[in-house]
Design a protein around this ligand. Structure first.
Ligand code: GA4
Length: 334
């Protein structure tokens, strides 16, 4: 199927920073804060997650997505969890993508696994093991953020996603090679095609890993698209809307999209770190001062998630929770 093409203008802007988690801690926390403030995205190397854990989940994902459609449909629809394959919205984001969406709660995983895999025990073990590792990376980064922002309680952010009732999710996205490009490089489509349209993630932090196929792009403040080169050994970390609110707009969630590649299929796996549904999200008091009033009203994760889902991929979600009398330090959308 031919998808509408999207322009990807050239820009001189941004190199996406790389953060080496084995570095000295105080230097590291400064780097992480700087990356979150300037780009809302960075790459992580030396993250300590064993290759075996990553490859085990990748293998499970590949095994599932290569099953016949009729079998995959048994694991759907993803309302909210399971197999999905659908268009995502009306903002140029009618993507060619199939996915598995799983709650990170082990009980929910074991339930979903029954229809996803012929060996549900192996599938859920692979998923649980990966989630634990990705959660550790997310918590480590949130603790570095707290240190870098001089927040006295260094667990103030990581606690939100360690919560036993955390609403974090794991998602495997599969962007099939477009038929024309398959196997024949000369037939690769000349322009990029949208797989998952422009959006920011509503959660606190996203930990993304993909196979060696390009597709992820971020939007700069001037509306240009920058490709994020794939590296299966690294994680890409993205600031979500909830972290933007918790930091009172000091960090900005990153707008991104995925384009399909043409000749090769891409698989990405994302851990989306979220608080518990009834957990309150508000600018951390320690980041406020008489000159920096809260930009957002307090909201619960459940309220925000509902707003995000009903607004689909539109830009203005966090604006719904702007404090009335706050100075307009942030623009409506990039
Ligand atoms: C983006 C981040 C996660 O993939 C996700 C997505 C969710 C979905 O696919 O159901 C959303 C999207 C994501 C943001 C806006 C809404 C909801 C699709 C969509 C149109 C699972 C999430 O939490 O928000």
């Amino acid at each position: 199927m031919l998808l509408p093409s999207v322009r990807s203008k050239k820009t001189t802007a941004v190199g996406i920073p790389t953060v080496d988690l084995s570095m000295e801690r105080s230097e590291l926390s400064e780097l992480v804060v700087k990356a979150c403030e300037q780009h809302g995205i960075f790459k992580v190397v030396n993250h300590g997650v064993p290759k075996r854990v990553i490859l085990r989940l990748e293998e499970e994902g590949n095994r599932f997505f290569s099953r016949p459609v009729s079998e995959k449909l048994q694991a759907g629809p993803a309302t909210p969890f399971g197999y999905g394959s659908r268009n995502i919205g009306s903002h140029g984001d009618n993507g060619d993508l199939e996915y598995l969406l799983l709650h990170t709660n082990p009980l929910s995983i074991s339930q979903s696994s029954k229809t996803i895999s012929e060996d549900p025990t192996e599938f859920s073990c692979a998923v649980n093991e990966y989630i634990e590792a990705a959660r550790e990376v997310a918590c480590e980064i949130l603790e570095l953020v707290a240190e870098g922002l001089w927040i006295p309680d260094r667990l103030a952010l990581s606690r939100l996603i360690r919560d036993a009732h955390s609403d974090s999710v794991l998602r495997l996205n599969h962007y099939p090679a477009t038929a024309k490009g398959k196997g024949d490089p000369s037939q690769v489509l000349p322009s990029n095609n949208v797989g998952f349209g422009e959006h920011s993630d509503p959660q606190i932090l996203t930990i993304l890993r993909s196979n060696d196929v390009s597709g992820l792009q971020i939007s700069t403040h001037d509306g240009l698209w920058i490709p994020v080169p794939p590296d299966p050994s690294e994680f890409v970390v993205m600031v979500g809307d909830s972290l933007q609110a918790l930091t009172n707009g000091r960090f900005r969630s990153v707008r991104h999209r995925a384009v399909t590649n043409g000749s090769k299929s891409r698989m990405s796996m994302m851990y989306f770190g979220a608080p518990a549904p009834n957990s309150w999200i508000r600018p951390l008091p320690v980041l406020l001062s008489p000159h920096q009033r809260p930009l957002y009203k307090p909201f619960t994760w459940a309220q925000y998630k509902q707003a995000a889902y009903s607004l689909a991929l539109r830009h203005t979600r966090l604006d719904l929770f702007k404090a009335q009398d706050a100075p307009l330090l942030i623009s409506a959308s990039p």
